[in-house]
Design a protein around this ligand. Structure first.
Ligand SMILES: [Cu+2]
Length: 160
């Protein structure tokens, strides 16, 4: 009986999580797979990722990101400078061309949560507020995961 209960509880939790890792259709944009990397103690920044698809026939641009977990959120790109991999904020925002999919992922463009207000633990769920030039503002839920840590990111995420 107890085993059965645990089984259903596990099933319920996994259903809840897949519901949370939802696809959000917002005007001409489809946002999916939003997640945030967990942080060890005394870590004051972390990265977030998501997929943005523009199914419309007009370009759009992600111009502002915020979240209650961090004082500031930047959109970062990764560049090579003198053979050193560096992260740079995209000051003018991130363009999502008509018909295109932009995948923010480890080792690529990502959201950088700066001056975190708390420890970010796996399985927690947080909201990310996204502002697009044309589509406007929306909030997506992002699940905290441990995710793959590349040496590059690990080094760079300490240097802000
Ligand atoms: Cu970064």
């Amino acid at each position: 009986m107890r085993t059965l209960f645990i089984f259903f509880l596990a099933l319920f939790i996994s259903l809840m999580q897949s519901a949370n890792a939802q696809k959000v259709e917002f005007g001409e944009l489809v946002i999916s797979n939003a997640w945030i990397r967990n942080t060890p103690a005394n870590h004051h920044l972390t990265a977030g990722y998501l997929k943005i698809e523009n199914v419309g026939d007009m370009d759009d641009k992600l111009i502002d990101v915020s979240s209650s977990i961090a004082e500031e959120v930047e959109i970062h790109q990764i560049i090579m400078e003198n053979e050193i991999i560096k992260m740079r904020p995209l000051k003018d925002g991130l363009t999502i061309r008509a018909g295109d999919i932009v995948h923010l992922k480890p080792g690529s463009v990502h959201l950088m949560f700066l001056r975190l207000k708390k420890l970010i633990l796996p399985t927690e769920l947080y909201e990310i507020n996204l502002t697009f030039l044309n589509a406007g503002k929306l909030t997506v839920k992002a699940l905290v995961k441990s995710g793959p840590i590349s040496a590059m990111q690990h080094q760079n995420e300490h240097k802000h």
